[in-house]
Design a protein around this ligand. Structure first.
Ligand SMILES: NC(=O)c1ccc[n+]([C@@H]2O[C@H](COP(=O)([O-])OP(=O)(O)OC[C@H]3O[C@@H](n4cnc5c(N)ncnc54)[C@H](OP(=O)(O)O)[C@@H]3O)[C@@H](O)[C@H]2O)c1
Length: 261
């Protein structure tokens, strides 16, 4: 999809990858709904979006509230008339170890990574089904969603669930011209996650990650893993015998890394 003069909804836009992507898209005269809980950050972002020549609609709400997600779609359509693209971007991967984590900690993080995407999905589908040109629903997934990484079990599992859900949706929604994208970054240095313990050769800045996302959105790449060096490692890891993979993972950057996404 040509990403000029479009209506775009971005969830998790107040910081990190979502914010950087909103800024990148604001240079192309779009109308952008930005959703997160921290309203003051959204106000600052809206000023930047408007200074770049786009329009912004601020929605400060909790994505775990299904009614609020539904309402965000209605407000966007009421203000801008349609939704061409949504980037469902909310998520986080705090370090949790299965030896000590409680059920509540595990479920809370899985809800954030799964429910905060799903709450928007059916209302977006209902809206895009009515649009002649359909639309694009993209999800910020993670390379962590391809493997059960040490300290990231709940996060990897929730991201994997999102990926499989999107695989089904991609087939079912094709007749409605709704395109479904799974976008999987590696390590991105953000305000909340400095990626301490990860070699800088493997990390990306927020603008770099946003540039990848914008390219994948524009080219409508159904499943996009980046950067290439980590993509190759993930693909290789998936074909290794399990005992070799487990040996590598138990000694890898992941087990030392205190918080990945
Ligand atoms: N950073 C990485 O290395 C990396 C790597 C791979 C994948 N990812 C994925 O990329 C996405 C963005 O991550 P990030 O690193 O940019 O994280 P981040 O800086 O922490 O941004 C997360 C965004 O989600 C919003 N958010 C969190 N909980 C919310 C809720 N309940 N309701 C509404 N908004 C909520 C936050 O805003 P408020 O707090 O204002 O609500 C914030 O805008 C996530 O899905 C993450 O899993 C990140």
């Amino acid at each position: 999809m040509d990403l000029d003069h479009k209506v775009i909804l971005i969830t998790g836009a107040s910081s990190g990858i979502g914010r950087a992507t909103a800024v990148a898209l604001s240079r192309r005269q779009n109308r952008i709904t930005i959703l997160a809980r921290r309203e003051s950050l959204l106000v600052e972002l809206a000023e930047e979006i408007e200074a770049n020549g786009s329009e912004a609609l601020i929605i400060s709400d909790d994505a775990l509230d299904e009614a609020a997600a539904n309402d965000a779609i209605l407000k966007t359509v009421s203000r801008f008339g349609q939704i061409d693209m949504a980037l469902l971007n909310i998520g986080a991967g705090p370090a949790l170890n299965t030896a000590t984590a409680t059920a509540a900690e595990i479920k809370d993080n899985m809800r954030l990574n799964y429910d905060a995407m799903i709450n928007f999905f059916p209302p977006l589908v209902q809206q895009m089904k009515q649009q002649e040109a359909g639309g694009v629903i993209a999800h910020t997934n993670s390379l962590a969603g391809f493997l059960g990484l040490p300290t990231q079990g709940q996060y990897s599992a929730a991201k994997a669930a999102c990926r499989i859900f999107m695989d089904t949706a991609r087939i079912e929604l094709k007749p409605y011209r709704i395109r479904v994208l799974t976008l999987c970054p590696g390590f991105v240095v953000t305000e909340r996650n400095r990626q301490e313990g990860v070699s800088t050769s493997l990390t990306m800045s927020m603008p770099q990650a946003a540039a990848h996302l914008v390219r994948a959105l524009e080219e409508e790449i159904p499943e996009y893993l980046f950067p290439a060096v980590l993509k190759m490692q993930i693909l290789l890891a998936r074909v290794l015998p399990r005992f070799i993979l487990n040996w590598i993972l138990s000694r890898s950057v992941y087990s030392e890394h205190k918080e990945t996404n």
